[in-house]
Design a protein around this ligand. Sequence first.
Ligand SMILES: [Zn+2]
Ligand SMILES: [Zn+2]
Length: 155
Amino acid sequence: MTHTHSSINKPSAEQRMQWAQQICIDNKARLTAQREHVLRLILDSSKPITAYELLDKLRQSQANAQPPTVYRALDFLLEHKLIHKLRTINAFYSCICPGDKHAVLFLICDNCSESTEIVEPNLMGQLHQRITKSGYVSDFPLLEVLSTCPSCAAA
Ligand SMILES: [Zn+2]
Ligand SMILES: [Zn+2]
C-alpha cells in the first residue's frame, strides 16, 4: 500500500473502496457483491454503523436479507482489515489505512457517536510499551476514547 497514514486528509469513500478492492486482490480474497455492498454502506456512513442499521439499509434493496448475511460480510471485512469494530458503541466504521495492521486511537463522541480514527505511531508505541511492561500482550491495541466531538462541544 502506498497511501499515507494521515488523520488530517480523510480519504474519500471512493478511494477507500478502491483500496479495499486492491487489498482483496492482494489477499486473494473474493470481495463478493454482497460483501462489497456492506462495505459500501459502511464507507458511505458518516458515523459508525451498527449491524442492525446495516441490515435495515441492506433490506432497502434486498427485502429478504437476514442477519447472518450481514455478520458474515462483517467478519470478512474485519478479517481483511477493511473496517474497525468499535466495542464501546457496538458499531462498525471504515478504516483510514485499510489492510495494514496498526494500533489505533478512536475518539468517539459520547453524545452523537461521531468518531475519528487517529494514527499516531509515537503515542501508540508508548502505549504498546506500557502494555508490555504490565505483562499484557496487545500487538495492535485499539483504544476507544469516549469524549465530546467538536460540534457537540460547540452546541
Ligand atoms: Zn484503521
Ligand atoms: Zn457529537
